[in-house]
Design a binder for this molecule. Structure first.
Ligand SMILES: [Zn+2]
Length: 274
């Protein structure tokens, strides 16, 4: 993806869907990327809300569960996504950041034998993780992000960070601690950040396959294989994200001409490369 004239474009040169929001103000001095979740059930509903004047809220991008991206404001306009916030000596991060909303139900509560969102929808065990937010001391359910969504967010973030030479990627919970918990523990912030900024100190180590290993389109054996033959033992990988026992990996080094493969493998069958 790339940014042209403050609009996100896919690799084939087409701009992503654009649904203009009236909820904006002023010139942006972009320094950070801020990740959010919508705490809502559908991207369409969130887009409708964030483009209605009543919301008095917006974001630059909304990314659906299927990885679809909708832009609500050009990247040179201030969106209203951060609210009262502070980071690295700056106050009111709307003026200094580009905001991405990921469609996700957010925090879930146990009701009977189900995990339920605040809007009532119940989610099955394989759609959630149980964890405590780093700023809290009690565990609850959190809606998982989809692999397609994480992949789209990573590609969009890469393009935006490159276009505006941004300093860092932060969560809404980083800039509004105590007031906000999104994008929450289900968002792979550390690997995301390390991948985008490649910092030596928190860059994740390189891994390799410990056996011949199938690589799949999603985290589970029900997902299709990405290539007819398994990755040979010793294939070097970058781990991009994780869900349960599964790791989303990028194949490094061009084994068997499969240089650009990115997919999911079972974490038991990879190990740190020497
Ligand atoms: Zn937020």
């Amino acid at each position: 993806m790339k940014v042209l004239d403050h609009r996100l474009h896919s690799d084939d040169g087409e701009p992503v869907a654009f649904e203009p929001s009236p909820n904006q103000g002023g010139e942006l001095d972009p320094r950070y990327l801020v990740m959010h979740y919508t705490a809502a059930s559908s991207a369409d509903g969130s887009i409708r809300w964030l483009t209605s004047p009543d919301a008095r809220a917006s974001a630059h991008l909304v990314i659906g569960r299927d990885g679809s991206i909708t832009q609500l404001l050009p990247f040179d306009r201030v969106a209203w996504h951060a609210g009262p916030s502070r980071w690295d000596g700056l106050e009111g991060l709307n003026r200094y950041s580009i905001g991405i909303e990921l469609c996700n139900a957010g925090r879930l509560e146990r009701k009977g034998d189900k995990w339920c969102a605040w809007f009532g929808t119940a989610y099955s065990d394989d759609e959630i993780m149980v964890a405590s937010h780093p700023s809290e001391d009690h565990r609850c359910g959190w809606h998982l992000y989809t692999p397609e969504q994480i992949e789209a967010a990573l590609e969009a973030s890469e393009a935006i960070i490159r276009a505006y030479d941004l300093l860092d990627l932060v969560g809404h919970d980083d800039i509004s601690p105590g007031r906000k918990v999104d994008p929450g523990p289900a968002f792979p912030m550390d690997s995301f950040r390390a991948h985008l900024f490649g910092r030596d100190k928190d860059r994740p180590p390189t891994y390799e396959t410990a056996a011949n290993l199938n690589i799949r389109t999603g985290p589970g054996t029900s997902h299709e294989r990405l290539s007819a033959s398994p990755l040979p033992q010793g294939t070097r990988l970058d781990v991009v994200a994780q869900q349960g026992d599964w790791r989303q990996v990028k194949v490094l080094g061009g084994v068997g001409g499969e240089r650009d493969i990115q997919g999911w493998v079972h974490g038991d069958f990879i190990r740190r490369a020497e």
